[in-house]
Design a protein around this ligand. Structure first.
Ligand code: B12
Ligand code: SF4
Length: 378
């Protein structure tokens, strides 16, 4: 086994496997294969960050046509130089590295040949943080007449020159790491690049450039309260985003947030191995809405109800929101992506409404049982 969880929890995963590889596999993989073939497999292999000089082009024929938004997804960089306290990937990935552009160009050529009608999706954590590389990469995408989507940080999103350059290079959409509308929450999770940024103005600008915007939002941050989230919901409703990605904060092992919350008693060590408590609706919900920690201002079902309301109310399709997404798409010849977002919004709203009903029923049942066992609480 290998990958992020294995890297952050090697001893746990070794209990379930013959051998594990921690970190990045490229350098150590030949040794693992040789040992396997000669029957001398060791338990633990320590992979190390692959240097750019050893990054060779991925052969996408191996993956088949398995689509995630698009079948043409690729990675140009590794790691992230920021250190948001909840983020696992910036830590386990090692130093920020960029793939040589000639290698990347070969991957792009292959993907464009395999999927000529698809846009590219860069799944990088922080594709554009190195300005020199970002300019060269965007020039390459412009030259190749690519169309692409990617993730950006809030400070990059608010940089109008960068957004303009991205639009000119074929950018159809960005997911933005907004997390919270409140600066004190962003500071509490060390997401300093989000502070004092003109998000609403940047949103209008990106939309005018033909870029669809997907804010990534987390509920359950340290300063969230029911009143604040209600305010955030009403504020976000006035914005014109293409689709809203809402999740409940997760406390991953290896992050500073995990260590802090273990110390404060707000999260249980190895929570992912424990059975779900009856006081949550984790068993009903997708993992992105599971709650595995204690929040001072919410019980789990209350936060889960709020998250479902965010999904249902923000993604609700009205004639003007449909027209907006289509208009943005038309500006960048990205009508297909616009259609995907409209379809995804419809599906998200319908799922959230169904789940909301189930969570509300479960919460009512839970309160009834609590009241019966302790009438004083009622
Ligand atoms: C893209 C992505 C997705 C896409 C994938 C689409 C696609 N077409 O690839 C989608 C949206 C589907 C997705 C979904 C989810 N994701 Co995701 N995703 C990522 C992201 C941004 C990039 C993954 C990637 O390609 N990395 C690049 C490659 C090179 O790195 P790598 O995968 O780690 O692989 C290297 C090593 O780990 C190792 N390795 C990996 N696997 C193996 C296996 C073996 C046998 C060996 C030897 C080695 C090895 O070698 C590799 C090469 O060096 C990562 C963040 C990140 N930086 O990795 C999050 C990330 C992996 N996702 C995460 C999560 C939580 C999820 C979801 C559970 C979200 C949810 N709640 O629904 C789902 C789970 C989906 C599933 N079924 O597994 C977390 C995982 C946290 C954790 N501690 O496990 C991450 C780290 C994001 C984050 N910061 O929170 N994800
Ligand atoms: S900017 Fe994104 S990838 Fe980088 S540390 Fe923060 S959350 Fe992680």
């Amino acid at each position: 086994m290998g990958g992020i969880h294995v890297t952050t929890c090697p001893d746990e995963t070794l209990l379930h496997s013959d051998a594990i590889v921690t970190g990045e596999a490229e350098g150590i993989w030949p040794e693992v294969c040789e040992d396997l073939l000669s029957g001398r497999l060791k338990g633990k292999y320590l992979g190390s960050p692959t240097p750019p000089s050893r990054m060779s082009p991925v052969d996408y024929r191996f993956f088949g046509n398995r689509r995630y938004l698009t079948p043409a997804s690729l990675f140009a960089t590794r790691g992230c130089n920021r250190r948001c306290s909840f983020c696992v990937s910036s830590r386990y990935m090692g130093a920020y590295r960029t793939k040589p552009l000639d290698v990347l160009e070969r991957e792009i050529d292959q993907l464009m040949q395999l999927y000529p009608r698809s846009f590219l999706q860069f799944t990088d954590d922080n594709l554009l943080v190195n300005q020199t590389y970002a300019s060269e990469l965007l020039a390459l995408l412009r030259r190749k007449r690519c169309r692409f989507v990617t993730m950006v940080t809030v400070d990059q999103f608010c940089d109008t020159a960068l957004i303009q350059e991205m639009a000119a290079s074929g950018c159809l959409g960005v997911a933005v790491g907004v997390e919270s509308m409140d600066d004190d929450n962003c500071a509490a999770i060390s997401k300093y690049q989000n502070l004092r940024q003109p998000f609403s103005e940047a949103l209008n600008f990106a939309n005018q450039c033909g870029i669809q915007v997907v804010p990534l939002i987390m509920l359950g941050l340290p300063h969230d309260t029911p009143e604040r989230l209600e305010r955030a919901l009403q504020f976000l409703k006035k914005m014109s985003c293409s689709i809203y990605d809402i999740r409940i904060l997760r406390i991953y092992p290896s992050t500073p947030l995990y260590s802090e919350m273990i110390a404060s008693g707000d999260v249980t060590r190895n929570w992912w191995l424990k059975k779900n408590s009856a006081a949550t609706c984790n068993h009903l919900l997708p993992s992105s809405l599971a709650m595995n920690f204690k929040h001072p201002n919410f019980d789990p079902m209350q936060l889960q109800t709020m998250a479902l309301r965010f999904i249902a109310e923000l993604n609700q399709l009205k004639p003007d929101s449909v027209a907006h997404v289509l208009r943005v798409g038309a500006r960048s010849s990205g009508l297909r992506l616009a259609g995907t977002f409209i379809h995804a919004r419809r599906k998200a709203v319908s799922q959230a409404r169904t789940l909301l009903k189930q969570v509300e029923d479960t919460a009512a049942c839970f309160r009834k049982v609590q009241n019966e066992s302790n009438p004083k609480l009622g």
